[in-house]
Design a protein around this ligand. Structure first.
Ligand code: ADP
Ligand code: MG
Length: 257
């Protein structure tokens, strides 16, 4: 709305918990169609930043803009409705449902009714028609990630890597524009990791944008166009991987613990 094409902008974001300054005046932006890494030592404020962006926590101060609009303080489902979506871990409860049921539930939970309109613009058909369409989309997405053969398995029986693919599939079904991934490669074997990264790159070619928290430095440096480094709640560095890897302050922050 204000001529800035970077879909996500975070300005002077600050969040304290009791006396702890979890996020300290963080400012950064994410380019459209990019993969941006958000890294930093444990306790740096990465998860809190994700929680602020997605409306789980409200910042003490600072603003969050998505597609030029101020979304600061919006409820999580409102943020998701706009197309800013994070992946969710498959909980024990969800683990007892099938992969397909997980997909359909994700659709309901994250975007709710507004998405019926978003996904099916102008559809005048019956609820049954809409459900059929949704089911088709769910299958297509499972096929894209090559987990369609697991559709009727309980999600809890999937391997760590398959679970990550399901988490991403669930998020994609809600038709997001920008996805926040918190450690997407944790517990994923190298073959599946390669597949997952390939899919993520394909999706950026189609205009999706990713902000990824990931501990595996090789994954970050080889796949991200830009890397934002947080340390003690602040943005310590922000730039292309090569510059980040050579940055003395970044090296010190990691070695200093
Ligand atoms: P990271 O994800 O980079 O490891 P976090 O955002 O989880 O870091 O945590 C940043 C700081 O905020 C840590 O000191 C952490 O203990 C604290 N913190 C995070 N969430 C909460 C919370 N809900 N209540 C209290 N302290 C929290
Ligand atoms: Mg964290």
């Amino acid at each position: 709305a204000d001529g800035d094409d970077r879909p996500l902008r975070v300005e002077s974001l600050t969040k304290t918990f009791g006396g702890i300054l979890a996020v300290d005046s963080a400012t950064f932006a994410v380019e459209r169609g990019s993969i941006t890494g958000l890294i930093g030592p444990n306790g740096a404020g990465k998860s809190t930043t994700f929680n602020l962006i997605t409306g789980v926590h409200e910042p003490d101060s600072g603003r969050i803009y998505f597609d030029g609009e101020d979304i600061t303080g919006l409820q999580p489902h409102r943020v998701a409705e706009r197309g800013l979506v994070r992946t969710f871990q498959i909980t024990r409860e969800l683990g007892e449902m099938t992969v397909l049921e997980n997909m359909l539930l994700a659709f309901q939970n994250q975007r709710g009714e507004a998405l019926w309109r978003a996904v099916l613009p102008g559809v005048r058909g019956s609820v049954v028609d809409q459900e059929r369409e949704l089911l088709e989309r769910a299958w297509e997405t499972l096929e894209l990630f090559e987990i369609d053969h697991l559709a009727h398995e309980e999600a809890g029986t999937l391997s760590g890597g398959q679970r990550k693919l399901l988490e991403l599939s669930r998020a994609l079904l809600t038709d997001p524009e920008l996805l926040l991934l918190d450690e997407p490669m944790a517990g994923v074997n190298p073959t599946l990791e390669g597949k997952l990264l390939e899919r993520i790159h394909d999706l950026t070619d189609r205009g999706y944008t990713f902000l990824i928290v990931e501990h595996d430095m090789d994954v970050i440096m080889e796949n991200c166009e830009r890397v934002i480094v947080m340390h003690q709640g602040s943005v310590l560095a922000d730039g292309p991987p090569a510059a980040i890897q050579a940055d003395e302050r970044v090296i010190e922050a990691y070695l200093g613990g």
